[in-house]
Design a protein around this ligand. Structure first.
Ligand code: ADP
Length: 230
């Protein structure tokens, strides 16, 4: 099995591309969804957040107030590190479990949908391929404002400029899906990415390694049994 990291920028079309890949039968792990799930009460990360940040980051129903927490870490970098040190190990555990599940189910590759894949750059070394869903800056701004209608122009620009510009992410990716144009063009690019992934033989290494380990273990057990009964 091999891993494929997928990312984009706000409103570059990542969700659109992920939906197409899921329709094609790909296994996709959504890191953002996992990040929301691991901070649900009464899980470990939830308890540690309350211990470290206090009840001021809780909503009335006892869940984490993501906006309040977001405001704290936005202005205090050391708090961001603290929050990451609480949540990242839990997110990674869940991701690993899901990867193993897909491996056992026989998937040859898993796509990891990770919003800040290229910004943090920590996980890219585990990926066989990295995919950037790109769109040009003008289109990105206009699609963001069309999708999130409550945003003013200044707010939309601030959201985009809080991320690494898509043009700087381009050279970091092994594959780019340029979603600046019409749906049909994106669809075609997703189809060719899909057939490239399907044709890739990198999954064989993991299968051979596991096969070898299982065969080795089987041989050892046979040898021990033979010695025991003879
Ligand atoms: P992301 O998940 O990267 O934030 P989305 O997939 O939600 O971005 O796309 C942002 C907006 O742009 C959505 O409203 C979506 O419907 C629209 N959109 C995405 N791709 C295209 C396209 N090729 N042509 C027109 N609109 C698009």
């Amino acid at each position: 099995m091999f891993l494929v990291g997928l990312s984009g920028g706000i409103a570059s079309g990542k969700s659109t591309v992920v939906a197409l890949l899921r329709d094609l039968g790909c296994a996709v792990i959504d890191a953002d969804l996992i990040a929301r799930e691991v901070v649900q009460p009464p899980l470990k990360a939830y308890q540690e957040i309350v211990r470290s940040f206090g009840t001021r980051v809780l909503l009335e129903n006892g869940e984490i107030d993501r906006e309040a927490l977001g405001n704290i870490i936005f202005s205090q970098p050391e708090k961001r590190l603290l929050l990451n040190s609480i949540t990242h190990p839990e997110i990674q555990k869940v991701m690993l479990k899901q990867i193993l599940k897909y491996f056992v189910l026989g998937y040859r590759y898993v796509i990891l949908d990770i919003p800040l894949l290229f910004e943090t750059n920590r996980l890219t070394k585990f990926m066989k391929y990295t995919v950037l869903v790109y769109c040009d800056p003008k289109t990105q701004l206009s699609r963001l404002m069309r999708r999130d209608q409550g945003l003013s122009l200044a707010q939309a620009q601030a959201r985009i400029s809080s991320q690494l510009p898509l043009d700087q992410k381009r050279p970091l990716a092994t594959h780019v899906i340029d979603n600046s144009g019409a749906w049909e063009s994106t669809h075609q690019q997703v189809l060719s990415l899909h057939s490239h992934l399907e044709d890739s033989l990198h999954f064989l290494w993991a299968r051979l390694a596991v096969g070898g380990a299982v065969a080795g273990l089987g041989g050892l057990v046979t040898l021990l049994l033979w010695r025991f009964i003879s």
